[in-house]
Design a protein around this ligand. Structure first.
Ligand SMILES: [Zn+2]
Length: 349
């Protein structure tokens, strides 16, 4: 059963309008096309071809002295790369320690990797996707990766929703407690997560927002989850934002000239025009990191075939399509028209 989550993130950057049909799980939209990226290894990253464990990839699992300034909380393996990949690479390039929490194992995703037999691989998909996730995080320069440990809930209305280990079946308080423990361990100043409602009707995206919001508030409250470590107040909570900045429409002629009929596919979804860039609190120029983002996304081989649109789109066009990462500040609430240069505005260095 396909469990697609569309690049979920909707912090779209021009073409992210299109990416809204990309992965997360079974991105067959575009028959497996997706990506962001550049091919060069980010600072601190390593070649991760072939799959390695977390230690080998340079991504910490908690041993040593953990600590991050930015923590990105997403539902499925590949969400970290599809919608927040540019943002993570942006901050890594600036020497900011970043962390990623993935809530589920992505067990309901499709298997597009041509080197895998889907029947054989299916029972092992969680482990396969974890390896892909670690490769992607290494490419993005993520210092700390944590797994919340729940099972992928699948697309709305599918039997996977009812699995006893599904994220959507978890007790919300228990799930928030798991995240509080991670927040108090890693002590970020800023958390970025799903928008209210998930930005996409996948139950795990919706639940990810709910759990992140609860954990954001509870982490700084010493009375909440005292067993989860000393209280740590996080300064800001942001949501990735699906923004229609007009870039995608502007690129239509270029897409068509390059042989990609993005317009037809997009029009077929009959999407309404989304909120404009004036609604975003932060708009980061992530163009220099588009190829890193693409390589991270393509590390999720089970989800995104190398011959997908995301893998084949010319670099210059891809860079223009994924030019900006938009976020909306949820806490402290942004006032209408408020704009920040970046996520750490107003915070001590
Ligand atoms: Zn997802």
């Amino acid at each position: 059963m396909r469990s697609r989550c569309m690049v979920g993130a909707r912090y779209r950057t021009g073409m992210q309008a299109v990416l809204s049909g990309v992965p997360c799980e079974g991105k067959d939209v575009w028959n497996g096309r997706g990506g962001h990226g550049c091919g060069r290894t980010p600072r601190g990253g390593r070649d991760t071809q072939g799959g390695r464990d977390m230690e080998a990839s340079g991504v910490s699992d908690g041993r040593g002295q953990p600590g991050v300034r930015l923590l990105v909380v997403r539902p499925h393996p590949d969400d970290e790369s599809s919608a927040t990949g540019g943002l993570l690479a942006y901050y890594h390039a600036r020497g900011v320690q970043t962390g990623v929490v993935i809530c589920t194992g992505g067990e309901e995703g499709e298997i597009h990797d041509p080197t895998l037999d889907p029947v054989v691989a299916r029972p092992h998909l969680r482990a396969i996707r974890e390896r892909e996730l670690r490769q992607a995080c290494a490419l993005l320069g993520v210092a700390e990766l944590r797994l919340l440990g729940y099972r992928d809930s699948g697309m709305p209305g599918t039997p996977a929703n009812q699995h006893r280990d599904a994220f959507v079946q978890a007790d919300p308080s228990e799930a928030a407690g798991r995240l509080v423990r991670i927040v108090r361990e890693l002590r970020p100043r800023v958390i970025v997560t799903e928008p209210p409602g998930g930005g996409y009707a996948h139950p795990d995206h919706i639940r990810c927002y709910q759990v992140s919001l609860a954990a954001f508030h509870a982490a700084g409250d010493a009375r909440a989850y005292p067993e989860a470590g000393p209280a740590w107040p996080v300064a800001k909570l942001y949501a990735i934002a699906q923004i229609d900045d007009g870039q995608w429409e502007t690129l239509q002629p270029a897409f068509q000239a390059a042989g990609f009929d993005v317009g037809r596919r997009q029009r077929s979804r009959q999407r309404a025009r989304g909120a404009g860039p004036e609604t975003a609190t932060v708009a980061l120029d992530v163009r220099p990191y588009s190829e890193i983002q693409r390589q991270a996304l393509l590390a999720h081989r089970t989800q995104i075939p190398p011959d997908s649109v995301w893998g084949r789109l010319p670099a210059a066009l891809y860079r223009r399509a994924f030019a900006t990462a938009y976020c909306i500040r949820l806490h402290p609430p942004a006032v209408p028209g408020e704009y920040e240069q970046e996520l750490f505005d107003g915070l001590p260095v």
